[in-house]
Every structure is written in C-alpha cells, then in structure tokens.
Write a protein that binds this ligand. Structure first.
Ligand code: PLP
Length: 405
C-alpha cells in the first residue's frame, strides 16, 4: 500500500498555506512538482548556469547532469538512451515531427490520425493534407468517445506510413490498447506514434513492450519541469528528416530539437526519476530492472479505488453524462462529464468555492467534442487525479459535487 504521508511530503505544494486547504483535481493540466525537481533546478541555477560541455568544472557538471536525463528516463521507458529527446513541449515536438515527416513522405502516402486526440497530436498531421498527403481520420463512437480497433483496420493499407493515436485521451480517459494498435499498424507496414501525455502521470510505460515507434509525453504532468519527452525508436528514424543545425544531425540530443534542449529543464528532469527511485526504495524496492513496473503498479493501486469511487458516484447522478467508459478498469484517473444545460465553467466555479480545483473547457480536444455532438464552448468538467490524491480529497470532492448541481 502506498505511504501517502511520505508521498505528500515530497511535494511542497501540500505544505503551502495557499494550497493546502484545497483538493487538487486538475492534474491532467499539470501536476504538482516534486521537491527533487525543485532542488535540481535550484542547484542548476545557483551553481551550473553556464554553457555546458566545456572544460571548466561548472560547465562539465552541467553537461553531465543533462546527459544523465536520457539515460535515466530510457531505463524507466525500456528504450535506448539515444532514442530519448527533450524538447520544449509535446505540442512543439509534434510540430517539428510533422515538419520532419513531410520531408520524407511522397504524394499518395497516407497518415491515420485518431479523432480522440488533443490538438497537439491532431492539427499538425491533418495539415499534411495541404501537401498532398492522404490524411485519414479514425473516428470515435460519438456516444462515448471511444475508439474501436475495427475502424482502424478498415483504414489501414500499404499506403499508410504513420498512425497517430493517444495512449489515453485527456477527455475520454480510456487507456487505449496500444499493443494491438501497434501490431495492426506494423502488419500494414506503417509506424505508430503515441501521445502518452495523459497516460504517463499514472506510471511510465514499457515502450518496447507497447510496440510504439514514437512515444511522446510532457514532464510537467509527471511531477517535473515544463518539457516534452520524445522517444523515437531507431527503426522509426528514417521517417523523419533531421531538424537541427546541419552539424547536429548526428547528435542524439538535438537532431529533432531545432533549438536544442533547455539545459536547466533537462537537468532538472532527473528529479522526476530521483522521486520515482526514492518512492520505490521507501516501499522496499531494490534498485533493479523491475523498479519502473513497481512504480506503475504502486500508482495504479493508489488511484484505482478513487476511480471506482468517482465513477460509482457519477452513476448515482442521473443528470450527468459521463464521457468515456464506465468500467473503472478501462480508465486512467481522468474523468470528464457534462451536465446538460449547464456550462462546465459554472460547475467548476461552484467546486472552486468549496476548495476543489477542477477544470472546465474543451482541453484542446475541441474536434473530439464536435465529433461527439458536444459543444466545445460549453465544455466539460474534468476531474483528474494521481497517486498523491487522498481519500479525504475524494470525500471533499463528492461533497462539493453534491452541492454544485
Ligand atoms: C493528451 C495531451 N496531449 C498533448 C498535450 C500537449 O502537451 P504540451 O502542453 O506539452 O504541448 C496535452 C496537454 O495538455 C495533452 O493533455
């Protein structure tokens, strides 16, 4: 069982007077930052804020700290360190990838994009249609926003070079069957790009086992700095022309990051792994290759009861339209709903009055709203939580929901 006191001690937000009386349910927008990351930031800015990779000591240790990040993230993600890149954000990373892909595609090539995507993994691919690429949309079921594999199979053929899909939509919250999607994509001769932004706060995946060729997520949602991590497997490199300065085309840290990584943020990203390592050690884990999977299991065990509680509660409210599946075992801890004839913003305001921090809006999934026949302007209420969410946060939430509508 997770030691929540230990967990919450790692996050200064929980001891901050302006925050500690509130329950935080907007983690899908960005999680709290752990102390390990803050410490690394402070040390970097105070002691290492120089151009890295020169001979003098401050520069050397700055570069060494940056170099550690892909090595340590790679271990958690089960990929090679030179397949892990740090860019400014996932939106910037997909923008660059789409530009890089365009240089390698020819007229008649096809790309499949799911309709469940955050705009970061949608618009940049759809835009390739302006350049003669056949962009095919993998539609969702309009009733619940879910993707069906059979609809993907109907779109796949030997023209498809890339399938872009989310591991878990930031609105629907369902964990998509990435392994099956990867197998189907590979059978057709394509590559699979997965947006893991909404999935990774709930535990880093084994990307090799998943079969994704490109995998993206944002560390400001995984307790760290505002960075986008981009894993490009060696087998997928050929689909992307380098986007760096010409002399950096072979630099694994830079070839797909035009301006290079932000030095301090990349160094501080190590703090996320420090936190995971400390958490596992605190729960009795040895420093072995099972550590990443134990962290994921720990997070799941902490979140699963809360997911069940909230879904059961929503089921009792017959004026609520849940988005996504009602089966808790299919979901991450991101649960959105609409209440007919009520703007989501008015509900989130009422929740805020009761100390609940929750989102309202379309969460940059505006196309998904439209496909589901929902009004993106009216928006949905989104309640997203992670392993540090407590039972008393959940009690506060349900009490506030009772009074909000
Ligand atoms: C599912 C999903 N994908 C992509 C993004 C974009 O990430 P970033 O803010 O790093 O550009 C977000 C951001 O909220 C998201 O929730």
């Amino acid at each position: 069982m997770i030691d929540l006191d230990f967990v919450r001690r790692q996050f200064p937000a929980f001891a901050t007077p302006s925050l500690k009386e509130h329950s935080f349910f907007e983690n899908a927008g960005g999680s709290y930052m752990c102390q390990h990351v803050i410490d690394r930031f402070n040390r970097y800015f105070e002691q290492r804020k120089v151009q890295p990779y020169y001979a003098f000591e401050a520069s050397k240790i700055a570069g060494e700290e940056m170099d550690l990040a892909p090595i340590r993230f790679a271990r958690y993600l089960n990929v090679n360190a030179d397949e892990v890149l740090f860019g400014p954000s996932t939106s910037q990373n997909t923008y660059v990838l789409a530009r890089a892909c365009l240089e390698r595609l020819v007229q008649g090539d096809a790309i499949i994009v799911s309709a469940q995507e955050h705009e970061a993994n949608s618009g940049v691919w759809r835009k390739l249609a302006d350049y003669g690429i056949d962009v095919r949309i993998w539609c969702v079921d309009p009733n619940d926003g879910r993707l069906q594999l059979s609809n993907l199979l109907a779109l796949l053929d030997n023209k498809v070079r890339l399938v872009a899909v989310t591991h878990c939509s930031n609105l629907v919250g369902e964990i998509n069957p990435v392994r099956q999607i990867a197998d189907a994509t590979h059978d057709a001769g394509g590559l699979l790009l997965v947006d893991g932004v909404s999935y990774c706060p709930h535990g880093f995946p084994d990307i090799d086992a998943l079969g994704a060729d490109i995998y993206l997520f944002s560390t400001y949602k995984t307790y760290g700095p505002h960075q986008g991590v981009m894993v490009i497997r060696d087998a997928a490199r050929h689909l992307f022309a380098p986007q760096s300065h010409f002399f950096n085309h072979d630099n694994p840290m830079k070839w797909m990051v035009p301006a290079g990584p932000d030095h301090a943020q990349m160094a501080a990203a190590n703090g996320v792994i420090d936190y995971f390592d400390a958490l596992d050690a605190h729960h009795g884990g040895e420093d072995d290759c099972e550590r990443p999977r134990r962290i994921s299991a720990l997070f799941t065990s902490a979140e699963a009861p809360h997911i069940k509680t909230l879904l059961e509660y929503i089921e009792t409210r017959n004026n609520v339209h849940l988005i996504g599946p009602s089966d808790p075992t299919l979901r991450a801890a991101t649960i959105s709903f609409v209440v007919p004839h009520m703007a989501a913003s008015s509900i989130s305001q009422k929740l805020a009055n009761k100390g609940i921090m929750a989102g309202a809006g379309h969460y940059y999934a505006a196309r998904l709203f439209s496909q589901m026949g929902l009004d993106p302007e009216a928006g949905a209420v989104r309640l997203s939580f992670v392993h540090y969410t407590s039972t008393s946060d959940m009690t506060n939430l349900i009490r506030a929901l009772d009074e909000a509508f």
